[in-house]
Design a protein around this ligand. Structure first.
Ligand SMILES: [Zn+2]
Length: 253
């Protein structure tokens, strides 16, 4: 799906650009998002988060290839939706940037994306047991959590989403959902803003832990149904700033 061209490279609202050509406030917020996900254990030495460019929906912003805990605003690069750097200036982009570009191409509603390899989600990409929305913070999972098995389209690979074709495969598997699991790899969480994408990445991992604990107790699991999930997710999205401000403080002071 193509997206209307926006106002241009300059962000709406008169936001200025930093020395790397990226809107200053957006670059700072995205760097904080990366450090939050590392601080909370959702990202390890790998993992990356992106946001759609606030002034041009045909572009997205993402760090250069760097451990997520170390990302600052100066590391943020701008990409086309083909995942090509607009002005690399010698910086090396993440190999898996294609999953971001292809999701932004297919999902005009998505404004933020986080991809990580946190351990509690992995079993749900390996087995036939679906992830459930175990409690209200994970309400966005209640609509369903598909699994992308890279073998289905690409056969035996190195598992990495290292091309536009593989990125499109992951985006197709995501469909209209908030989260897709990648078999033997990790997860992708998307949201209508960068703060929502971070929130969903955090509670994808935590809900996976809760589900594993619930399964260990035995019996059926009375998770949120789709309608409960839809209602609770609206509350979460309206109040996501509260979590963001707390998590932000942990990585900026
Ligand atoms: Zn990965």
């Amino acid at each position: 799906m193509e997206i209307e061209q926006g106002a241009g490279g300059k962000a709406a609202g008169g936001e200025g650009e930093g020395g790397n050509g990226v809107p200053v406030e957006a670059g700072a917020e995205l760097a904080i998002a990366s450090r939050i996900l590392a601080d909370l254990g959702v990202f390890d030495a790998a993992g990356h988060v992106s946001m759609r460019h606030p002034g041009n929906p045909q572009r997205f912003l993402m760090s250069r290839s760097l451990a997520p805990a170390l990302v600052t605003a100066d590391d943020i690069m701008e990409f086309t939706l083909e995942s090509t750097p607009c002005d690399a200036r010698g910086r090396t982009p993440f190999i898996e940037r294609y999953l971001h570009g292809e999701i932004y191409r297919k999902r005009p509603d998505v404004m933020g994306i986080a991809h990580g390899h946190s351990p509690a989600v992995i079993p749900f990409g390996l087995t036939s047991t679906p992830m459930r929305a175990t409690y209200h913070n994970a309400a966005f999972l209640a609509a369903g959590v598909p699994v992308f098995d890279i073998r289905d389209r690409f056969g035996v690979t190195d598992i990495v989403i290292s091309s536009a074709e593989r990125g499109a495969g992951a985006a197709d598997a995501l469909g209209d959902k908030a989260v897709v699991l990648l078999r033997a790899h990790g997860f992708i969480a998307v949201g209508p803003g960068i703060q929502a994408a971070v929130f969903r990445a955090v509670f994808t991992e935590i809900s996976a832990r809760v589900q594993l604990q619930a399964a260990a107790l035995g019996g059926s699991i009375a998770a949120l149904d789709a309608e409960e999930g839809r209602l609770a997710d609206a509350i979460n999205l309206a109040t996501v700033g509260r979590s963001w401000e707390l998590w932000k403080r942990r990585v900026t002071t």
